[in-house]
Write a protein that binds this ligand. Structure first.
Ligand code: AMP
Ligand code: MG
Length: 356
């Protein structure tokens, strides 16, 4: 693909994304003409193209280096787009939509005939989400079509949580980046299959199983979400089978009591330094004092897990920027977002865990 410079459009989260903004009109025109625009959502940055145009989705797979059997999510702005794209919207889906849309929840539904097979990777279902980020909503409105968008990173790298991350990965491969600053959540959407009566969680995210059960009573979990790949469960979300979200460095997760974990990590750091390998430590804010100050990367302390979720991909990308060789991470399993956080962290680590 030829290198070309991208106009990077800057703006604030809300003010500059008014419907009549010339920037959005330009971005919408690019989408309608079959081009690609990266844009902020409340979860991570998305790489958007016209969701009804199979050539545009092929361009998305090519720009990301993404395997074409890993389907895209269609981003919509109003209910009419949902009923155009979905063959069937179950009562369960309607309940979840009422409570969680617009927001960080993706629903897998039966696809209608207008959805290109390139978007669904050949499946007869399609993943649909109504983002709450004002820039995302305004872009879809400006484009006038559903926007197919996976995360705006090179395939296999951590998802982008700021426009500079998108630029690092996709500069020269896409037509425009809408810069809406840092994203609020920092992890990809929760994906739930609502083709049956009981929803099935395919990918954990900011909307938790607990949240879903409060609305519809029951929620199953795709076994592949809870197991390592070698356990042999084929994930129902095709993208979950890849080693995702990975920094260049070798990442190991340490599990156990805080003091034991700290002792084991400090030992591992010593060994790495003896081998001339550059180390970095991901830890809870409250545990920074256990570690050499210049090596510790505090991830936040909040009981809700929101800061940890927000910092995770940024911290992994920082390690790449600093040419870190080995990352030692505490495990963050004591908060409401731990399912989502540990799912991404485990994949980034290639499931390398040391129990202490
Ligand atoms: P990304 O936007 O990069 O997070 O990727 C979208 C995710 O949605 C990937 O994990 C896909 O496998 C998943 N996905 C998209 N469409 C479907 C579908 N029809 N059924 C199950 N998973 C899907
Ligand atoms: Mg992705």
């Amino acid at each position: 693909m030829t290198e070309k410079s991208i106009p990077t459009i800057t703006g604030t989260l809300t003010g500059d994304f008014a419907a009549d903004s010339p920037i959005l009109a330009q971005a919408g025109a690019i989408i309608r003409a079959g081009g690609l625009v990266a844009f902020p959502t409340e979860t991570v940055y998305g790489l958007g193209g016209n969701g009804l145009d199979s050539t545009a989705s092929k361009k998305i797979y090519a720009a990301k280096g993404r395997p074409s059997d890993n389907p895209l999510i269609l981003h919509i702005e109003d209910d009419s787009m949902l009923y155009m794209l979905a063959e069937d919207v179950t009562d369960t889906a309607e309940l979840l939509i009422r409570d969680f849309w617009p927001g960080p929840l993706t629903l897998v539904v039966k696809a209608s005939s207008v959805v290109p097979k390139t978007v669904t990777g050949g499946l007869d279902t399609v993943a649909i989400r109504m983002p709450s980020h004002p820039a995302a909503a305004a872009l879809i409105r400006a484009a006038g079509v559903p926007i197919a968008a996976p995360s705006a990173n090179l395939s296999g790298k951590p998802s982008p949580t700021s426009a500079s991350h998108v630029k690092e990965d996709l500069n020269g491969r896409i037509d425009m980046i809408l810069d809406g600053g840092d994203v609020p959540i920092g992890l990809e959407s929760t994906i739930v299959d609502v083709t049956g009566d009981v929803p099935v969680l395919l990918r954990p995210g900011y909307i938790t199983v607990h949240d879903i059960k409060e609305v519809v009573g029951e929620c199953l979990i795709d076994p592949a979400v809870l197991h390592k790949p070698e356990d042999g469960f084929v994930p129902k979300a095709p993208g979950m089978k890849y080693r995702h979200y990975a920094p260049k460095a070798e990442l190991t997760i340490f599990k156990g009591g805080a003091a034991n974990v700290a002792a084991a990590i400090n030992e591992a750091v010593k060994k790495a330094e003896e081998e001339d390998r550059k180390a970095r430590i991901l830890c809870a804010g409250a545990n920074v004092h256990f570690y050499p100050e210049h090596l510790a990367r505090p991830m936040g302390n909040d009981e809700a897990g929101e800061m940890i979720a927000h910092e995770l991909y940024r911290a992994l990308r920082e390690c790449d920027e600093q040419s870190v060789d080995v990352i030692f991470s505490e495990s963050f399993d004591d908060n409401p977002l731990s399912e989502a956080i540990m799912n991404r962290l485990m994949k980034a680590a290639g499931y390398r865990v040391t129990e202490v």
